[in-house]
Ligand binder design. Structure first.
Ligand code: C2E
Ligand code: MG
Ligand code: MG
Ligand code: MG
Length: 287
C-alpha cells in the first residue's frame, strides 16, 4: 500500500490518524456529556434455572441513549470508556444502580434474584473497587448474596497473585463471583483451583452450534462435568433456541441465559415478568 501511494503515503496515514484521533475525541466528549446528562442506563437479561424454568438471576447490561445517534451498543463505547478512564466512574455507577434496582425489586415484594455486573479490567485494577462494592451494598441495603461480579479470564491473567487476593477480598463481602465468556480467554485449569469462583459462564461461541458441532458439544459437556465436580455453578450464554436449551440441560448446565428466554429488557419489564413467573407453565418468550 505504501508503495502504491508513492510519496503521498505519509500524508495519507497522518490524515487517517488525524481522523481517528478526532473521532476518538468526539466520542470521548460525547461520553463525558452522556455521564453528566444521564444518558446511560441499564437493561437486564434474565438468567433461568434449567430445572424450574424460573428467573433466578439477571445480568445488568449498560446502554447508552445518545440524543441524536440513538441507542449505542456497548461494543461501540465500553473500550472508549476504558481508554478515557471514565469506566471507573461509570462502572461504579453500574454497581450502585444494579444494587439499588435489585433491592427495589425485593421491596416491591418480588422473589429475590441475584443481579450480576460486568467488570472491566481497569475497574478490577483500581484501588477503589472493594470499597465501591462495599458502599454500594451498604447504601442500597441489598444483601451481598444477591450481587455477583462477572470477571473475564483476560482480567485475571495479568497479575495473578493480586487478582487472587482481590477476589478473596470481594468474596469476604459476601458477594458471588463468576467468570464470563469462559473458554475464550487464556484459560488455565489451575485458576479454577486457586480462584474463589462461584460460577462459570460458558461463552456463546460454544453454544451457537452445539447441536451440529460435536467438538462444541464435547467442550460444553467437559466444562459441565468439571464445574459439577468442583462444586461451581454453570451458566450457558447466548441460548437462542429450544434445541440448544434441551441439549444444555442434558449436559447438566443448570442455568441459561439468551434470546430464547429473553433479550435484555428494562427494569420495569423484568419486574412484571418475575411477578408473573409463578403462573408460567413453560418458558415463554419474554421479549
Ligand atoms: P457479556 O457480558 O458477555 O454480555 C452478554 C452479551 O450477549 C450482551 O450483549 C447480550 O445482550 C448478548 N446476548 C445475550 N443473549 C444473547 C443471545 O441469545 N444471542 C446473542 N447473539 N447475543 C446475546 P451487550 O449487551 O451488547 O453487551 C456486550 C458486552 O459489553 C458484554 O458482554 C460485556 O462484556 C460488555 N458490557 C455490557 N455492560 C457492561 C458494563 O456495565 N460494564 C462493562 N465493563 N462491560 C459491559
Ligand atoms: Mg457478562
Ligand atoms: Mg458473557
Ligand atoms: Mg460475551
Amino acid at each position: 500500500r505504501a508503495k502504491e501511494m508513492g510519496g503521498n503515503c505519509f500524508s495519507f496515514y497522518s490524515q487517517e490518524m488525524n481522523e481517528r484521533f478526532e473521532n476518538q475525541l468526539k466520542m470521548e466528549t460525547a461520553l463525558r456529556r452522556a455521564v453528566t446528562n444521564e444518558e446511560l442506563f441499564l437493561q437486564y437479561q434474565p438468567r433461568i434455572c434449567s430445572h424450574t424454568q424460573k428467573i433466578i438471576g439477571t445480568e445488568a447490561l449498560l446502554r447508552w441513549k445518545h440524543p441524536e445517534w440513538g441507542i449505542v451498543p456497548p461494543s461501540r463505547f465500553i473500550s472508549q470508556l476504558e481508554e478515557s478512564g471514565l469506566i471507573i466512574q461509570v462502572g461504579t455507577w453500574v454497581i450502585r444502580e444494579a444494587c439499588r434496582q435489585n433491592k427495589l425489586w425485593q421491596d416491591m415484594g418480588l422473589e429475590p434474584i441475584r443481579v450480576s455486573v460486568n467488570l472491566s479490567s481497569r475497574q478490577f485494577r483500581s484501588e477503589s473497587l472493594v470499597n465501591a462494592v462495599r458502599s454500594a451494598l451498604a447504601d442500597s441495603g441489598l444483601e451481598p448474596c444477591y450481587l455477583e461480579l462477572e470477571l473475564t479470564e483476560s482480567l485475571l491473567v495479568d497479575n495473578t497473585e493480586h487478582a487472587i487476593s482481590l477476589m478473596y477480598a470481594l468474596k469476604e463481602l459476601g458477594i458471588a463471583l463468576s467468570i464470563d465468556d469462559f473458554g475464550t480467554g487464556y484459560s488455565s485449569l489451575s485458576y479454577l483451583k486457586r480462584f474463589p469462583i462461584d460460577c462459570l459462564k460458558i461463552d456463546r461461541s460454544f453454544i451457537t452450534e452445539i447441536a451440529s458441532n460435536t467438538k462444541d458439544a464435547a467442550i460444553v459437556e467437559a466444562i459441565s462435568t468439571l464445574a459439577h465436580n468442583l462444586g461451581i455453578g454453570l451458566v450457558a450464554e447466548g441460548v437462542e433456541n429450544i434445541n440448544q436449551a434441551k441439549l444444555l440441560k442434558g449436559y447438566g448446565c443448570n442455568e441459561m441465559q439468551g434470546y430464547y428466554y429473553s433479550r435484555p429488557v428494562d427494569a420495569n419489564h423484568l419486574a412484571s415478568v418475575i411477578s408473573q413467573q409463578n403462573s408460567l407453565i413453560s418458558p415463554t418468550k419474554i421479549a
